[in-house]
Design a protein. Structure first.
Length: 67
């Protein structure tokens, strides 16, 4: 797979995860179902965890290529 395509797919996956987290928050607040809010927290945690890893790799790979 092309590196540009791989980067786009990773960012789209992150966008989908954060959108799902937002939907879970909204549905959980509207219906009063705590489980949806918990799922929203889990999805948001995944977004921040994997998003941070994605951007940290990008910075470190740029530093290695410039050296």
């Amino acid at each position: 797979m092309n590196t540009v395509t791989a980067k786009i797919m990773k960012r789209l996956a992150l966008l989908v995860v954060i959108c799902l987290a937002f939907v879970c928050y909204v549905m959980g607040n509207a219906s009063g179902m705590v489980i949806l809010i918990v799922v929203g927290f889990i999805l948001e945690g995944a977004f921040w965890l994997f998003g941070a890893r994605l951007f940290n790799r990008k910075k470190s790979s740029q530093q290695e290529s410039s050296s």
